[in-house]
Design a protein around this ligand. Sequence first.
Ligand SMILES: Nc1nc2c(c(=O)[nH]1)N[C@H]1C(S)=C(S)[C@@H](COP(=O)(O)O)O[C@H]1N2
Ligand SMILES: [Mo]
Length: 429
Amino acid sequence: MNPKRTRRRDFLKTAPVVAGVAAAAMEAAGTQAFGADAPASAEQLRSYGQRSHFVTSERVGNIGMWPTTLQPRDYGFRTPLQDLVGMVTPASLHYILSHGFDPPEIDPAQHRLLIHGMVDRPLIFTVDELRRLPSVSRFHFIECHGNSAVSGPTGPPRKTPNATVQETHGLTSCSEWTGVPLSLLFKEVGVQKNATWIVAEGADVLKHTKSIPMEKAMDDALVAYGQNGEPVRPEQGFPLRLVTPGWQGINNVKWLRRIYLTDAPHMGNMESTKYPSPRPDGKSRWFESQLGPKSVITRPSGGQRLTARGFYEITGLAWSGGGAIRKVEVSTNGGQTWKEAEVQGPVHPKAHTRFRLAWNWNGEECVLQSRCTDDRGQVQPTLEQIGKIWNVGMDYFQSTSPASADMGNFNAIQPWKITADGSVLNALV
Ligand SMILES: Nc1nc2c(c(=O)[nH]1)N[C@H]1C(S)=C(S)[C@@H](COP(=O)(O)O)O[C@H]1N2
Ligand SMILES: [Mo]
């Protein structure tokens, strides 16, 4: 007999229990829902759709406020990964990291992109002119390199037992980006031989700038005007943003208005002060731009509760700045043994990839975790392995010192502990 079938049938034995719980929960939710906000009018829904007003999943801004003196706004807003299905993040739930500022108000008809510096023909493009050029659409994640590491108000989420996956991993999102390859624009302006770096600048208050090596710019960078089938959202850089697939979020300059070609990195504000995050082994972290392989179980995850023993689908997301996800393994016993999870299509390079594994919870305490491998053979490390590379012990990860709170490119395997009463807790540190 097909072993897969047998397993599925075993799970179905427990189905009545699951269904019973669900029916009761639905009834409770239904009663409450009548008190919720009034739904949008049918007319409003026809002109531009909204989700059902019963759906309340939202971004949470909990990194802390900085710089408070200029504009008191949360520094970052995290994506509710626990509520997402599939591999696309709705644009309205894409995480936001704008260094504490509201998006600038930009009229796309007035907006210009200037490309100059070491070029034969400096050029200015309108958004309409860019839209006339050959375009590409590609799925890519954008992840802040501080994801899973930077502090929240209660300290680094990695050492907070009741942290949710939104808090531990919510600074990554995945969209279909549409735009013009930067290499094509560079053909138009004529790149000079000595131009080895580009400096991209945004139109925001801080004039965010980032130096990027020419090699990356020519490889797969995009000047994007589209996100998930519509114009890029204001918080994500409307009307133009740079997309640097698989590289630290900071390179994906929003409200893009200028690209300067030069022969050395520019060392702008963000790249020379907040972002080099010195490693504990004393090495600087300048231009360590590509993000490593990373995955996390989003269901069940921190703060959720298993209501009864029996069947659950374990599901989550995997991604790598190095390429496409080739394999995801899941352990339900704290890493003693691993099973290969089903990698669910579509699988795109440098994009979130959904995985899932059928699981039967026997009601006992256990630890769930996932580990991914990309198509370069890079494997997601454990916390212990990261400690070895950085030459620190586990006590380093316990500490709340600013240096350790700021560590970048943190891609450790994330364990979730299921307690006997079904609670799900962060078990990383
Ligand atoms: N112009 C501009 N671009 C920016 C930023 C910014 O503050 N201003 N933040 C950067 C950082 S640190 C990150 S992680 C990503 C976040 O992109 P998102 O807000 O679309 O998620 O944008 C990058 N691009
Ligand atoms: Mo970032």
